[in-house]
Design a protein around this ligand. Structure first.
Ligand SMILES: O=C(CO)COP(=O)(O)O
Length: 123
């Protein structure tokens, strides 16, 4: 199962902590992680295999959106920072819209990410 992990800059530390707390789930071999560029660097540094796309502002969210549309990416965990402005907000909106179009689970904060992971543990 391909899962996208994305974090805005203000949320990257929270994202790494989340990954570390759920290592057992994310190290399962049936789970493939994909990330936007800078998030992916942090994911890798934390010890996880990850397929890195471009950085978010350069099109990484759009690349992940395309994988959602193609049916490759089956879950998106996006630690969004609602208190910052992002030049690529249209790409972010496209990603979220395509998750809704294709009925792909999308978590946009830590509480919902935790619920998703708990659901993965029981499935
Ligand atoms: O901007 C992002 C998501 O919209 C994240 O991009 P980076 O992982 O490259 O920082």
């Amino acid at each position: 199962m391909e899962i996208a992990i994305i974090a805005h800059d203000g949320k990257k530390a929270e994202m790494v902590q989340f990954l570390n707390e759920h290592q057992a789930v994310f190290h399962q071999k049936e789970i493939t992680l994909i990330s936007t560029g800078t998030t992916g660097k942090k994911v890798k540094k934390a010890g996880f295999d990850v397929l890195r796309m471009l950085s978010g502002p350069l099109g990484g969210d759009a690349q992940i959106a395309a994988r959602v549309a193609e049916g490759k990416c089956k879950m998106v965990i996006f630690f969004r920072d609602p208190l910052e402005k992002h030049p690529h907000e249209p790409d972010v909106l496209m990603l979220m819209r395509l998750c809704d179009v294709h009925d792909v689970p999308l978590a946009t904060n830590l509480a919902s990410a935790e619920l998703f992971i708990n659901a993965l543990k029981t499935s």
